[in-house]
Design a binder for this molecule. Sequence first.
Ligand code: C5P
Length: 334
Amino acid sequence: MSPPEQLIRRLQVRAPAKINPYLAVRGVRDDGYHELTTVFQSVALSDTLVLTLRPGHRQPLAEGVRPLGQSRRRMALALTHDAGPSVPTGSANLVVAAAAALAERLDLDLVILGDSEETVEADLHTTIDLHKRIPVAGGMAGGSVNAAAALVGLNELWTGELSRASLQEIGATLGSDIPFGVIGGSALATGTGTTLAGVLARGTFDWVVCTAAEELSTPEVYAAWDEHCAPGGESEPDAVLSAIASADPEALGAALHNDLQAAAEMLLPRLVGDQKALMDAGALGAIVSGSGPTLLALAADSEEAQRIAGRVAGRFAAVHLTRSPASGPVTTPV
Ligand code: C5P
């Protein structure tokens, strides 16, 4: 049975992907997570979430039935998406996990509906329709920025009135990239990637985002780094930060740095040839995005990005043109 049609509120939230123009692995912690120094930027390439709140149809409890949990409002929640079967719709999806963590904080009794005809008695119904454009398992934090956008959007939809800092705190318990996803823009991150400092960013940069047909699992890439790599030592983000502050694409292209790249190349060796092809096609710099396998090529301007994309399109499953930095999640009533 579908939820009642009457509408309380509907919001659209844009969830921009992230890139890491700089990522250095400093070491491994006792819990297996890695200490990082990384520069994040949001890019225009985004997913979209449509959040809809409708009234439920909870029946009054029969006389004599103990009103268990009656003081808490019960919220039914369903997620749909257009990303195919590799992306879950239940609690394994970070969007649903984020909704559950936020509901807990707001003292809502959240019930997650499955894909079937399942229905429950609830005071309110929320549906989340996720439209994906960010490569899945591509190193652009697609799942994490979806979760970040869900935190920002649901906080508004449910009139939670939590600050962005509180949403970041909730997000950090679910994934290392989520706190950045809540604010977006440009940031320098340390710790496991969750301790953020704002950075000065002038101008914009044009990127060619090259998607592989394969997916790489982030934990497997970190495991390959553990086995084959060691902390880089001397590398610092200064050159990337000053290129971003001075809107200098040549300097940024030369300074791009990712310690996870060697590990990603061990799992997918053709990334080496693909990166070279991007440089040969005129990129100012090319780098594996996060844990890969998406490759990013920096272009001198948007026309040059178009030319590079045209030259390399045949090598990749998909090629997108995008720009950094973009703002964080933006909500619009629809
Ligand atoms: O935090 P998130 O869920 O995005 O991380 C996915 C996986 O990446 C973790 O399970 C961990 O294996 C690895 N990771 C790490 N060190 C980090 C961030 C992620 O080892 N700083």
